[in-house]
Design a protein around this ligand. Structure first.
Ligand code: PRX
Length: 646
């Protein structure tokens, strides 16, 4: 990783930005030396029904981890995203929707969005949904997805958005865990010209979800779907005739806003729970400063609302700031690989935020599809979801941004609610591949494997020493798991699960996960989940899954599979297993490589030596380390000899 390239902030950018370097240093210093004072001031950036007088009440000690911010204040998130803009910008566009088909688009004003939200909120209330109830949202990237989130927020229902690419089984698991009473979905989704059977998947999932009594179905494609009497209602019929205003529920700052399931290193996905006040303060503040957002600019985050990036930086942060946020239904290479840049030109996008995997995939097609577009409106680029390799960073900067646009490489997690380590465009000199410096109030700490804090230039495990308002509050229904996962590895610290290096300039370089989570195209995947999907197949006796470097995806999924005695490893079975995992979890979990493994390397106590499996998957046979403690060292040679080409 070269550190020689430095891209200094231009004077012009610094001058025009909310924050230049001097201001960053001053604000950062205040934020960590007097967090109470700092956040008391910035907590006022959102509208409170009852203003807070308490700022922070946090303990990171196990047992008894407790995180509260602004906890005697009350507010409503949808009021912050809608009502408070009506007077000043009711007729301004809130959401630009760009459909999968380039001929399909729509502009929705703040007033339209307000009315649509109120109508749906009333419809939900009419169905008996009330404060504290969980509502699952399983939707394509259409405006109704944002409306559904805001409508839940308005009535105090806790939404749980499930990515539309997840299988019926994955959907069912999430609905069951939080006992949702309703699902909002669509007949079908549309991505890259292909239909996604959302309603059919929902029907399948609901066979095992007795808690759900209502399903609202948006008509997106008009495809033929079954409607179950007494349970399923067309969305347009449910909202028809509902009043255009809806009394918002007054929520405590610490009342839950949403649950979002994410993979960990063990077991089933965890329901990450975010609360209302701190989350709104933190997402709106980071959206303003990190993207240096100015009134009227068109801002585009290409994520899906099924991920936290969509929650914080398509919906809540931008709308709280009265921004114009673009929502894209499609994919980067449909109809052509110029699509992203054509959309930038069509809607005059100023700020463009995407994932390294998309950049790498587009790089493969060369510069021509980019260069034939203008991109004159772009002034800032962003990256999120995984480490961006310096080559991809340079290409993004040179080809897409024509050296004109700073890149903000934003490091954060579902758990953090918002961006924690990032450049600020007017303040931070950039180094390709580095997420650079902490945001206000964030105290990163790099520790060694014993938890000892490391000083200066160093490499180790990334922890955060103090709370920030956007932090998750618990794992839904399992506070012990929350404490265990994040606060028990290193005493008194939030452990991120990421490895990190700090250079001599104090810049942070995320090196990737240090646990059994892999990052495939910016999507988080627990290797344990893929393993349990594989062993659920009748012909599989045992499976071990690891990540390996993949040119486009960042990491690919490498599965070692031991078949039950008597089963033959055939090409047909390999394909069948790939399909099986797609069906069990979803297409994002498809194994890239399946290696037949007559045996797996295990210790004498039966523990699979993943370190060795990782090295073989990485094609790095020289660094296998000590294999003498294995029960049967011979299996390693066999795996090396039979490693398929990747
Ligand atoms: O490993 C880090 C990686 O993505 C993980 C979080 O994944 P998720 O909760 O799905 O959230 C993704 C969107 C915020 C982190 O633990 N990650 C995220 N952003 C970066 C990153 N790694 C390096 N650089 C980033 N900018």
């Amino acid at each position: 990783m070269s550190e020689t390239h430095l891209y200094p902030v231009s004077e012009e950018t610094a001058k025009a930005a909310w924050v230049d370097n001097a201001k960053y240093l001053e604000m950062y210093e205040k934020s960590v030396s007097d967090p109470e004072g700092f956040w008391a001031e910035h907590g006022k950036r959102i509208d409170w029904m009852k203003p807070f007088t308490q700022v922070k009440d946090v303990t990171f000690t196990v047992p008894g981890v407790s995180i509260k911010w602004f906890h005697d204040g009350t507010l409503n998130a949808s009021v912050n995203c809608l009502d408070r803009h009506l007077e000043t910008r009711g007729d301004q566009t809130a959401i630009i929707w760009e459909g999968d088909d380039p001929a399909d688009d729509a502009h929705i004003t703040y007033r339209d969005l307000y009315i649509r939200t109120c109508k749906l909120a009333n419809a939900l209330r009419a169905k008996g949904v009330k404060k504290g109830d969980r509502v699952c949202i399983y939707m394509p990237m259409i405006p109704e997805a944002a409306v559904a989130m805001l409508a839940c927020a308005r009535i105090g229902a806790i939404h749980s958005v499930v990515f539309g690419g997840f299988s019926p089984d994955s959907l069912a698991g999430r609905i069951q865990d939080s006992e949702c009473c309703a699902v909002i979905t669509a007949d079908e989704g549309l991505r890259g010209g292909r239909k996604v059977p959302l309603k059919a998947n929902t029907d399948k999932a609901l066979e095992t979800c007795p808690s759900v009594s209502t399903v609202l179905v948006v008509r997106r494609t008009g495809g033929d779907v079954a409607m179950k009497d007494g349970r399923d209602v067309w969305y347009h019929e449910a909202v028809e005739g509902q009043p255009e205003t809806c009394e918002p529920e007054e929520m405590n700052a610490e009342d839950p806003l949403f649950i979002l399931y994410t993979s960990g290193s063990t077991g089933k996905p965890k329901g990450v729970l975010h609360s209302t006040g701190g989350y709104m303060v933190y997402t709106s503040m980071t959206h303003q400063y990190v993207f240096d957002y100015k009134d009227g600019e068109v801002y585009w985050c290409t994520a899906d609302v099924g991920w936290v990036t969509g929650h914080s930086y398509i919906v809540y942060g931008p709308l709280a700031n009265g921004a114009v946020t673009l929502m894209f239904e499609g994919v980067p290479n449909y109809p052509t690989t110029s699509r992203f840049w054509e959309v930038c030109d069509k809607h005059k996008v100023s700020i463009f935020y995407t994932a390294p995997t998309a950049i790498r995939a587009l790089m493969r097609d060369g510069e021509e599809p980019v260069k034939k577009t203008s991109r004159a409106s772009l002034r800032l680029l962003g990256s999120v979801g995984e480490p961006i390799n310096p080559e991809a960073w340079e290409w993004y900067h040179r080809v897409v941004g024509e050296h004109r646009c700073p890149i903000v490489d934003t490091w954060w997690q579902t758990e953090t609610g918002g961006i924690l380590i990032t450049p600020l465009p007017g303040a931070t000199d950039l180094k390709p591949g580095s997420a650079t410096r902490p945001f206000f109030g964030v105290k990163p700490l790099i520790v060694d494997s014993e938890g000892g804090p490391l000083e200066g230039a160093c490499e180790g495990n990334l922890c955060i020493a103090e709370s920030w308002p956007g932090q998750m509050r618990t794992v839904y229904g399992d506070h012990a798991r929350f404490e265990q996962t994040y606060f028990s590895t290193y005493k008194g610290l939030y452990f991120t699960g990421d490895g990190c290096r700090r250079d001599a300039d104090g810049y942070y370089w995320i090196t990737g996960r240090v646990d059994d989570v892999i990052n495939v195209s910016g999507h988080r995947m627990g290797t344990a989940e893929v393993e349990s999907a594989l062993v659920a197949h009748s012909k599989v006796a045992e499976a071990a899954v690891v990540g390996y470097p993949h040119d486009i995806k960042g990491q690919g999924i490498y599965a070692y599979v031991t078949l039950v005695a008597g089963e033959e490893p055939t090409e047909e079975l390999r394909k069948e297993l790939v399909q099986w995992v797609r069906k069990e979890i979803g297409p994002i979990a498809s194994p890239d490589v399946i290696q037949w493994a007559p045996g797996l390397p295990k210790t004498r106590s039966g523990k699979i030596m993943r370190r060795i499996l990782r090295k073989i998957a990485e094609n790095d046979f020289g660094a296998l380390g000590d294999t003498s403690t294995l029960a049967d060292p011979g299996v390693v040679d066999d795996l090396i000899d039979n490693r398929p080409a990747t």
